[in-house]
Design a binder for this molecule. Structure first.
Ligand code: MG
Length: 280
C-alpha cells in the first residue's frame, strides 16, 4: 500500500458518508464505511458490494459502527444516545456490533471503528467496569474475526482514552484519530493530543472545526471544511508523519443532507491533502 492513500467516509445506503458514486467520481480509492442498515447486511449484499468495490479498485479500510437511535444533536444528547456506553441499549448494541463485525469480515475488512460513547471517568464505578467488560468482550469477538477495534477520539481527553485502553488489556484495541472532534467536544488541543496517542493511531479522519463560542464541552463547536478550521491541516499531516502514521487519510465531512456541497468540499480537501503530501 502507498503511504497515506486519501480516503473518504462513505455509506452503502443511508448514513453519514458519501455514496460510492461520489467516491468513484472523485477518483478516490480508499473508504471507511459507515455501518449499512440491518436489512442491508446480508451475504448477498456483501458479495454485490465487494464486486462494485473491485470494479472500481476501491479498498475499505475500516467499517464504522452505527446504531439506530443515535443522535448528535447536542453534546448532552450524544452522550445519552451514541455508542456502547448508554446502558439501556448496551446489550443489544453489543450483539449488533458482533453482527457488523461478521459483515465486515465478509468484506475482508480487518478494522472496526467506533464512537463507543463518553467513557465514564471514575475507574472504580460500576459503570466504568461494565463498559470495560463490554469492550473486552467486543475486542475478543473482533479478534476471532481477525479484526482490530479503533476507538474514535473526541468524547473524552486523550489521556482518559489512553487510560481506558490500558485497562481494556487487549492487543487489538487502537485509535481512530479525529482532530476536529477534540475541538468540537472541547476535549483538548488536537496536535498535542496526537503526539500523546500517536503510537496507537491506526486510522484517522481529516476533519476540521472551530471552537464553540459558548461553553466548551457543553455547546458544540462548528464543523468546517478541512483546512478552514483550527486543526491546522499542514501541521496535522506533519505531526502524523512525526508519529510514524502511514495509513489512509480519510476525509470526513458530515453534511449528508447537502450532497453537492459535500462533494465540492471533499474535492477541495482532496486537493489540499495532495498539496500538503507533496510538500512533506
Ligand atoms: Mg470522525
Amino acid at each position: 500500500m502507498d503511504k497515506w492513500p486519501v480516503g473518504v467516509f462513505a455509506s452503502i445506503d443511508a448514513g453519514l458518508g458519501v455514496k460510492l458514486e461520489v467516491v468513484r467520481e472523485l477518483g478516490i480509492k480508499s473508504v471507511q464505511l459507515h455501518t449499512p442498515s440491518k436489512q442491508s447486511r446480508t451475504a448477498e449484499n456483501a458479495a454485490r458490494f465487494l464486486k462494485k468495490l473491485k470494479d472500481d479498485d476501491i479498498t475499505v479500510s475500516v467499517v464504522f459502527l452505527g446504531f439506530e437511535g443515535e443522535s448528535y444533536e447536542t453534546i448532552k444528547i450524544t452522550a445519552e444516545t451514541v455508542g456502547l456506553v448508554p446502558e439501556k441499549t448496551r446489550a443489544a448494541r453489543l450483539a449488533e456490533s458482533k453482527e457488523i463485525s461478521d459483515f465486515a469480515r465478509l468484506l475482508g475488512v480487518n478494522a472496526i471503528g467506533s464512537h463507543i460513547g463518553f467513557v465514564p471517568h471514575d475507574r472504580a464505578s460500576r459503570q466504568y467496569q461494565e463498559v470495560l467488560a463490554v469492550i473486552q468482550e467486543l475486542c475478543d469477538y473482533l479478534k476471532s474475526n481477525g479484526q482490530r477495534l479503533h476507538l474514535e477520539t473526541g468524547q473524552e481527553k486523550t489521556s482518559d482514552l489512553l487510560r481506558f485502553i490500558h485497562d481494556v488489556k487487549r492487543d487489538n484495541i487502537f485509535i481512530n484519530f479525529d482532530p476536529a472532534n477534540l475541538i468540537l467536544y472541547g476535549m483538548g488541543e488536537p496536535l498535542e493530543s496526537l503526539k500523546e496517542v500517536g503510537h496507537l493511531v491506526r486510522s484517522v479522519h481529516c476533519k476540521d472545526a472551530t471552537m464553540t463560542r459558548g461553553v466548551p464541552g457543553v455547546d458544540w463547536g462548528c464543523e468546517v471544511p478541512f483546512g478552514q478550521g483550527e486543526v491546522d491541516a499542514p501541521a496535522f499531516l506533519k505531526t502524523l508523519k512525526e508519529v510514524g502514521y502511514e495509513g489512509p487519510l480519510t476525509i470526513e465531512r458530515e453534511i449528508p443532507q447537502e450532497q453537492e456541497r459535500q462533494m465540492a468540499e471533499i474535492g477541495q480537501a482532496l486537493r489540499l491533502i495532495n498539496q500538503i503530501k507533496a510538500s512533506l
